[in-house]
Design a protein around this ligand. Structure first.
Ligand code: DLL
Length: 432
C-alpha cells in the first residue's frame, strides 16, 4: 500500500513544480518570521526575490548544527513559543543540546510522513505495532506514535527498555510490526535466548529499524535471528525525527519525502553538488514546516542519491543506506574509517557476535585502532593460541578493507555495553 500515491508516485515535472512553489513560500516565510534567517540572508546578500524555483536553492547559505547550538534553546524558531505544540531535544556529545519546536501543522506533517514510512515498510491499517523506540525527548517513540495513529495501527507504546517485558508483550499480544533501533533488536534476541524463547517463532513479520547506522550484514543477522523482514528508516530531529526516508520491500535505497524535505548531496569539502551517484553529505531544506523550518541543513550523514523510479512504483528519490558521518568518521593515521566498514567484516566472520566497539588511542604521535569484538560462546572455550590466531585473521581481514592496521581483541560474551537505544560504537581517547 502506498500512503500518498499522488505525491509518492508523482512525475518529476509535477514534483518539481510543487517543490519550487514550496521553496519560494518557505524562503519568504522565514525571511519574515525568523530573525536568524533575516540576518543570515543579509550576510550573504540574499533576498526572497532571488529564489524563483527549486533550482535556485544552491544560492542559499547552509545551516549547520552549531547554528542550533549557538542559538539554544529557541533562536531558530519561526513562530512564537506559544504557537509551538511540542519540543524535542537531541543530545549532542559536547556543548548545548539541539532543541527543535513543532507547530500544530508540523505535528500533522510528522504523522503524514511517518505513516508513509510505515506503509513503505509493509504496514497496513489494523496491524499491531510494538514501538520500542524511546518515548520522551528523543523523537523516535512519539514520531512512530503519531504516524501509527494516522495510518490506523493498534499501538503498543512500550518505549525502549524493560526487555523481558517487551518479550512478554510480544508473546502475549502478538504484534506484527517491531519498531526499534537495530542494535536493540539484537539485544532483545539475546535476552530471548536466555529466557528460552525461540526467536524464529514469533508474530513479528516486519522490523522498522533505524536511528543508527547498520550494515547489510547486520540486516541479515537480524532477519535470521527473528525471522522478519528488516527495513531501514532514517530521520533526524532537526528535520522532523523519523519519517524523512524509508526503504520499501525492494530494499534498494530509502525513499525520501522530497515534496516536504528537499534533499541535496554535496561534496563536504567543496560544498558543491556531488556528481550523480557519488557519495556526499546529505543536506535538507524543509519546504512546508512552520515551527522551525531549516534551510540547507547539513546533516553530516554520507549517502548517495538516486532519482530513478523504483520497482515499487514510487518516484521519490532514494538515498543509500547511511554510509557514515562526516564527523563520527574516524581518521586513523590519515585514513578515513567508518565503523560500518568494520562491522561488515565482523558480521561476516564466523565465531564473533554482532557486538563490537572501536577504541582509538594515540601513542607517541601514532594512532592505534583497537577493535573489541565479542566472541561467540561456542568459540570461547578454545585454546589461547587459537584465539590469538583468530584475532590476527580478523585484523588481516579488516586491514584488507581499510588499508590500515588494527589490533583486534576478542572479549568474553556480553562484556560490551548493551544499549536500549543507539549503540556507542566508537571511543576516541585521542586529544585531537
Ligand atoms: O535518530 C530519528 C529517528 C528515530 C530515525 C527513529 C529513525 C528512527 P536523532 O536522534 O536526531 O534522530 O539522530 C539523527 O541519527 O543524522 C544519523 O546520523 C543517525 N540516523 C538516523 N537514522 C539512521 C539510519 C533520530 N537509518 C542521526 N541509518 C542522523 C543510519 C541513522 N543512521
Amino acid at each position: 500500500m502506498i500512503f500518498n500515491e499522488k505525491i509518492e508516485c508523482a512525475d518529476a515535472k509535477a514534483l518539481k513544480t510543487i517543490q519550487s512553489e514550496r521553496l519560494i513560500n518557505t524562503i519568504s516565510y522565514v525571511y519574515k518570521n525568523a530573525p536568524f534567517y533575516q540576518k543570515r540572508f543579509a550576510q550573504h546578500g540574499i533576498s526572497p526575490e532571488d529564489i524563483k524555483s527549486i533550482d535556485d536553492i544552491t544560492k542559499l547559505p547552509f545551516t549547520i548544527k552549531d547554528d542550533l547550538r549557538d542559538n539554544y534553546p529557541f533562536g531558530l524558531l519561526s513562530k512564537n513559543l506559544r504557537d509551538i505544540q511540542e519540543i524535542h531535544v537531541s543530545s549532542g556529545t559536547t556543548g548545548n543540546p539541539t532543541t527543535v519546536g513543532y507547530s500544530k501543522e508540523d505535528i500533522d506533517l510528522w504523522a503524514e510522513v511517518v505513516a508513509r514510512c510505515l506503509c513503505c515498510s509493509g504496514a497496513i491499517p489494523g496491524d499491531m505495532i510494538q514501538v520500542a523506540y524511546g518515548y520522551g525527548l528523543f523523537t523516535g517513540g512519539l514520531g512512530f506514535h503519531y504516524g501509527s495513529l494516522k495510518l490506523g495501527l493498534t499501538i503498543i507504546p512500550c518505549s525502549s527498555g524493560q526487555t523481558k517485558r517487551q518479550l512478554k508483550i510480544l508473546q502475549d499480544f502478538k504484534p506484527r510490526i517491531l519498531a526499534c533501533t537495530p542494535s536493540y533488536s539484537l539485544y532483545m534476541a539475546e535476552t530471548a535466548k536466555e529466557m528460552g524463547i525461540d526467536t524464529k517463532k514469533n508474530s513479528w513479520e516486519i522490523g522498522i529499524l533505524g536511528a543508527e547506522p547498520w550494515s547489510e550484514a547486520m540486516r541479515k543477522e537480524i532477519e535470521n535471528k527473528w525471522a522478519i523482514s528488516a527495513l531501514d528508516i532514517y530521520g533526524l530531529s532537526e528535520i522532523i525525527g523519523p519519517g524523512v526516508a524509508n526503504e520499501c520491500q525492494h530494499k534498494s535505497g530509502l525513499h525520501v519525502a522530497s515534496d516536504v524535505f528537499y534533499p541535496e548531496v554535496i561534496d563536504p569539502k567543496t560544498n558543491k553538488p556531488a556528481d550523480n551517484g557519488t557519495p556526499g553529505e546529505l543536506v535538507f531544506t524543509t519546504i512546508t514546516k512552520t515551527g522551525m523550518p531549516l534551510i540547507r541543513y547539513r546533516t553530516r550523514d554520507i549517502v548517495t542519491l538516486n532519482h530513478e523510479k523504483c520497482q515499487c512504483g514510487r518516484t521519490s528519490p532514494r538515498i543509500s543506506k547511511i554510509l557514515g558521518r562526516t564527523d563520527d568518521m574516524i581518521i586513523v593515521r590519515g585514513i578515513n574509517v567508518f565503523p560500518s566498514q568494520i562491522e561488515e567484516v565482523l558480521l561476516n566472520t564466523e565465531g564473533t557476535e554482532p557486538h563490537y566497539q572501536l577504541v582509538v588511542t594515540r601513542e607517541k604521535g601514532l594512532d592505534e585502532l583497537e577493535v573489541l569484538v565479542e566472541l561467540n560462546e561456542s568459540f570461547f572455550s578454545d585454546e589461547v593460541k587459537n584465539l590469538q590466531n583468530f584475532e590476527k585473521k580478523i585484523a588481516k581481514e579488516i586491514q584488507s578493507v581499510l588499508s590500515v592496521s588494527v589490533k583486534v581483541r576478542l572479549v568474553e560474551p556480553k562484556t560490551i555495553e548493551r544499549s536500549e537505544g543507539k549503540a556507542k560504537r566508537v571511543i576516541d581517547k585521542r586529544s585531537l
